[in-house]
Write a protein that binds this ligand. Structure first.
Ligand SMILES: *Cc1c(COP(=O)(O)O)cnc(C)c1O
Length: 452
């Protein structure tokens, strides 16, 4: 029978070697908290009459060590995406290029000229770093980078359309996922949305009629994550821009993804590019940094200098400004486009550009390594609110296992976790979205699970 006297004291426990090691690893206050927490558990079970095996020092400290690991392991962890969804929003969208990561690390590690003009020795602007390159890359008059594209849309409308009318097609009032709706974000800006047309059809005359009364903006929102088929009609961007300009109203295009490269080159549908939007006469463009741009989370606003100047001055610009690490990263990612090396350097474009044969060769390597599995043809997707319904032909490792759902769960419990998918009772893994440097860890994880 255990009694309270046989429970070691905190002081006794602290004198052990193991406690010293825990303190070195986790710090004294947290170690003490863990030890006290375990002692509380032990006392509670003793007073409940639970006959514990003698609560020795080693046992108590082992338990404290488990608690400490638990408390200090970050919950946000890297994982291996073998799902075949390239821009998986739940898995963090775009993996970053090596140069992007270097730039972020270098600026994050120390001080920088974030808002400091090295020429004059006086205060500078944080916005010029990315703006210079965005202007060069697109030919736009001015640009700024904010926290994300939702913030870009919110800020643009707040600065240019507060309490004024913004004309938008009913078919473009989209929900972008996680329950977030573009019209709700837009309304937060204080703008008055004027919906025109019907769900499936909108004519140029709908815009013209709405523009008979004064308006602050005409807005176009890219239908990022769904397709309209059948009896549908929508004027071309070019025509909307002409009608807006005739009424003296700026035309804003929320592109969502913001592609600099033409996706059609890779055998998938064409995603509207930044250049096209500018050429068709959009006065302001908004797009994400971490969708098809392939950079860190950011929102980019670019276009007419007079409008961008107003946007930069709005108080919300401060609330949604990008931090130095993001600015360093987005600039480094944009440089890849300027140097025409995006397809080689930006991970998501490497994934999009990989030929089915290249993917197949990697899957064959996996089969050889594992000594089991088959290779089957399948489809990958771009995801992340771009190119809905568009699939990229790919090859998959297919594993036949007793319980596919259990198998997926075990894969998720690996370190790093592995995300795969199932189809017709088979587990499928797509090499296209697995970073080459993660292949070793993937195979170790697969070996572990196949052995269990
Ligand atoms: C994704 C998306 C947004 C939101 O962009 P975030 O960078 O996720 O904030 C806004 N508008 C459209 C059309 C989008 O596709």
């Amino acid at each position: 029978m255990t009694d309270f006297r046989s429970i070691p004291s905190v002081e006794q426990l602290l004198q052990t070697r193991l406690a010293e090691e825990l303190i070195a690893a986790f710090g004294r206050p947290l170690t003490l908290k863990a030890i006290r927490s375990v002692l509380d558990e032990v006392r509670a079970s003793v007073s409940n009459g639970v006959d514990l095996t003698r609560p020795d020092r080693a046992g108590i400290l082992e338990r404290a060590s488990v608690l400490l690991d638990d408390w200090t392991t970050p919950t946000l962890l890297p994982l291996i995406n073998a799902s075949g969804v390239i821009l998986h929003t739940n898995l963090g969208r775009a993996p970053l290029s090596a140069a992007t990561l270097r730039a972020m690390q270098e600026v994050g590690r120390g001080y920088s000229n974030l808002e400091f003009d090295l020429g004059t020795g006086k205060r500078g602007s944080r916005l010029i770093h990315a703006e210079t390159i965005l202007k060069q890359l697109t030919g736009a008059q001015a640009a700024l980078v904010v926290n994300n594209n939702a913030a870009a849309v919110l800020l643009t409308l707040a600065a240019l359309a507060n309490r004024r009318r913004v004309i938008i097609a009913r078919s473009q009032l989209v929900e972008i996922g996680g329950g977030f709706r573009v019209p709700d974000v837009m309304k937060q800006s204080g703008a008055r949305l004027v919906e025109v047309g019907t769900t499936n059809r909108i004519h140029l005359s709908d815009y013209e009629q709405a523009l008979a009364e004064p308006a602050a903006l005409v807005m176009h929102v890219h239908r990022s994550n769904f397709k309209m088929l059948g009896f549908t009609e929508e004027p071309e961007l070019k025509e909307i821009a002409i009608v807006s300009h005739r009424a003296g109203v700026p035309f804003v295009d929320d592109l969502g993804s913001g592609a600099f490269l033409d996706t059609a080159k890779y055998g998938i549908a064409h995603e509207p590019t930044i250049h096209e939007s500018l050429v068709t006469g959009a006065d302001i463009l908004c797009f994400s940094g971490d969708k098809l741009l392939g950079g860190p989370q950011a929102g980019i606003i670019l276009g007419r200098a007079d409008l961008i100047a107003k946007i930069k001055k709005h108080p919300l610009a401060r609330a949604v400004r990008a931090d130095k690490v993001c600015l360093a990263g987005i600039t480094a990612t944009l440089l890849h486009y300027l140097k025409d090396e995006a397809e080689r350097e930006i991970p998501i474009w490497r994934m999009i550009a990989a030929t089915p044969e290249q993917v197949k060769a990697r899957a064959e390597g996996w089969v050889k390594e594992l000594g089991q599995g088959e290779i089957v043809a399948g489809e990958a997707t771009v995801g992340g609110g771009s190119l809905p319904g568009e699939n990229i032909p790919t090859f998959l490792l297919s594993l036949s296992v007793r319980s596919p759902d259990k198998f997926l769960e075990k894969l998720r419990n690996q370190q790093p976790p592995i995300i795969a998918r199932t189809e017709n009772d088979r587990v499928l893994l797509d090499p296209r979205t697995v970073l080459p440097e993660q292949e070793g860890a993937l195979l170790v994880g697969l070996h572990n699970v196949l052995k269990i």
